[in-house]
Design a protein around this ligand. Structure first.
Ligand code: GLN
Length: 502
């Protein structure tokens, strides 16, 4: 039965539909694997075995009664601990929310439950989604299933590791500046950040509201698209939600054809400082796309070189404002040991409850928003953001999609960058421009780097609300790399053998 963990969501869904297997069996098989191996990977913060099995039983019952069910009904999923799930601990990887039980479901969770997706538990993350390695979690770091001494990416590293380690065929992450794409890249899986506003942010604990977007992780492009379809859609509870039809990403993920498609690789994203193995796989991918009939050209996004500086002003500014709500009065932790004033309680609670990186961001953001510096920093960053978005818009007049490596390097060693925040921020170099522009982007695995045998990701970027375009390119490439790549993922990780060599 443990073989069930090696199947894709689509394969599980087909077997469930034919009643060859039950949702309870599928759920148990995944918990068994988690229970035997997650002590090494540490991808989960909380397991909801009882809730998951109840959900699975309900699905099995509905199927027996021949009720019409969603394709993903009975398929297990791991959920990033930044989305609220009623009565299930939601910590955002922070001590300040330890023991907090949300009184409501986020819209994403509601949609998953309605589709009958079985939520196994909540995954580890960098505190309030600030980081690129999951080492900023206040609880423990998560490890990369490819090599337990390497980082699984971040901030959604618990979710990426869970899928790469076959603990679940699907998981959900959130991406503010790259937190779905970069973890997908370094763990060798597929991850997509939908167009901003396509997936509801209701119940997604805010980091930087103008950038935050939840999205799917999976081991195949089609699985990723199926989850994308379930998550997306207009929500009146989110004022930035787009009231438009969700692009048909599932159909696109079944369209294996890039003939005549115009693809631009971004000139500024590569070159010195980028890992050789990453660049090698990227260059090969360009050749593959050409051989598949695509027209590939170089495109300049001149202002993208300012994306890092721009993002690290805008995101902390919004964070400093969003995180003001954790005041020791409303949620989670309260330090109130003596007879303290409200202000003192607030002060002590925030001092104790927030970690180093969160405090750093609050300070940068508060500074950038302060009256004397607002125009010089925050307002200026917003102007540059507009220029980056305009560059990307111009590029899409010439090409259908843009590509780049997802991240400058493969997974680095645990601990290697914890004392060097700037080195950590550099991991986001390629993922930031589409985030700032609010456009969709995804990462798919394109092979292993020669020097360390670790996964390399390709980023595919599409125009706003044209998410289907990136899925088409992703699916076509995936099919062409199948013999070389898919087998590799299955053979390398199941028993976490790779991990022991580090
Ligand atoms: N690594 C980036 C940061 O630390 C992006 C995080 C994210 O997308 N949530 O802010």
């Amino acid at each position: 039965m443990s073989d069930l963990t090696k199947l894709t969501a689509l394969e599980l869904s087909e077997k469930l539909e034919k009643k060859e297997i039950s949702a309870v069996e599928v759920t148990n098989a995944h918990f068994e694997r988690i229970e035997s191996l997650d002590n090494k990977v540490k991808s989960f913060l909380y397991l909801d075995k009882k809730g998951a099995l109840t959900q699975a039983e309900d699905i099995d019952k509905a199927r027996k009664e021949n009720k019409s069910l969603n394709k993903l009904a009975g398929v297990p999923l791991a959920l990033k601990d930044v989305l609220t799930q009623k009565d299930i601990p939601t910590t955002c990887g922070s001590k300040i929310l330890e023991n907090w039980l949300p009184p409501y479901d986020s819209t994403v969770v509601k949609k998953l439950k309605n589709a009958g997706v079985v939520i196994l538990g909540k995954t580890n993350m960098d505190e309030f989604a600030m980081g690129s390695s999951t080492e900023n979690s206040a609880y423990f770091p998560t490890r990369n299933p490819w090599d337990l001494n390497k980082i699984p990416g971040g901030s959604s590293g618990g979710s990426s590791a869970a899928v790469a380690a076959f603990f679940a065929p699907l998981s959900i992450g959130t991406d503010t500046g790259g937190s779905i794409r970069q973890p997908a890249s370094v763990t060798g899986i597929v991850g997509a950040k939908p167009s901003y506003g396509a997936v509801s942010r209701y119940g997604l604990v805010a980091f930087a509201s103008s950038l935050d977007q939840a999205g799917p992780f999976a081991r195949t492009v089609l699985d990723c698209a199926m989850l994308h379809e379930v998550m997306a859609g207009h929500d009146p509870l989110d004022s930035t939600s787009i009231n438009e039809k969700v692009p048909d990403v599932v159909k696109a993920a079944k369209t294996l054809d890039v003939k005549g498609m115009k693809i631009g690789y971004i000139k500024e994203l590569g070159g010195t400082g980028w890992q050789t193995g990453v660049i090698n796989r990227f260059n090969e991918t360009i050749e593959t796309l050409k051989s598949l009939g695509a027209i590939v050209t170089e495109i300049s996004i001149p202002h993208s070189v300012y994306a890092l500086a721009t993002y690290y002003l805008i995101a902390p500014s919004e964070a400093s404002s969003n995180l003001a709500r954790f005041d020791g009065m409303r949620y989670g932790l309260r330090v109130d040991d003596q007879n303290l004033s409200a202000e003192e309680v607030m002060n002590k609670t925030r001092a104790k409850g927030f970690g180093k990186e969160v405090k750093r961001r609050i300070m940068i953001g508060t500074y950038a928003l302060s009256s004397g510096y607002y125009d010089a920093y925050y307002a200026q960053a917003q102007k540059v953001r507009a220029l980056i978005a305009q560059d990307l818009k111009n590029a899409f007049k010439e090409v259908d999609v843009l590509i780049s490596p997802t991240s400058p390097t493969t997974a680095w060693g645990l601990g290697e960058r914890v004392n060097d925040p700037l080195a950590m921020y550099l991991a986001d170099l390629a993922t930031l421009p589409p985030s700032l522009a609010g456009i969709p982007a995804m990462s798919i695995p394109i092979g292993l780097a020669d020097e360390d045998k670790l996964p390399v990701g390709l980023q595919i970027i599409a125009p706003f609300m044209q998410d289907d375009r990136m899925y088409k390119v992703a699916a076509t490439l995936e099919a062409s790399l199948k013999d070389k790549w898919n087998g590799l993922l299955i053979d390398s990780i199941p028993d976490l053998k790779v991990a022991s060599h580090g």
